[in-house]
Design a protein around this ligand. Structure first.
Ligand code: SF4
Ligand code: SF4
Length: 134
């Protein structure tokens, strides 16, 4: 059984309910294609710039996983599209690499870039208005 953890941008979720990320997960759209039916799902935010507050959140998650008998190897971290892509909210997060390093330090090594894929944003990427996915 896999646990999927979406990390959302603290700033963007002040304006976004996260509905599209949730919906795409259950519909297996966007970056969620192919996950087995029994995959679990949760979201956290980065905690704000520069991502330092991810560390205590990841320590808490690690402790909860241990108590639940789950392994970090079974956790897949998705950076939400509002964190890692050029999109209508803003440019990609400038602290992405720092947050990836924090995840690795805490033993979370399965990292995927992206969640919901907006059609309009994809069109703007194709037109060169937004940067391509990294
Ligand atoms: S660190 Fe990145 S993802 Fe987090 S609030 Fe700042 S810009 Fe958003
Ligand atoms: S990727 Fe989109 S739906 Fe998901 S949290 Fe970010 S802005 Fe909201």
């Amino acid at each position: 059984m896999k646990l999927l953890v979406i990390i959302q941008c603290e700033d963007v979720v002040k304006r976004c309910s996260g509905f599209l990320c949730m919906n795409d997960f259950y519909e297996r759209l966007g970056k969620f294609e192919g996950y087995p039916d029994d995959t679990r799902y949760m979201t956290i935010t980065c905690g704000g710039c520069c991502g330092n507050l991810l560390t205590p959140k990841l320590e808490n998650l690690g402790m909860r996983l241990r108590k639940a008998g789950l392994a970090k190897e079974d956790v897949i971290i998705h950076f939400a599209s509002c964190v890692c892509s050029d999109n209508s909210h803003r440019l990609p997060c400038p602290f992405m690499n720092r947050m990836k390093a924090l995840l690795n330090r805490k033993g979370f090594n399965n990292i995927v870039l992206g969640t919901h894929v907006s059609k309009k944003a994809e069109e703007k990427r194709q037109a060169g208005i937004y940067k391509k996915w990294e």
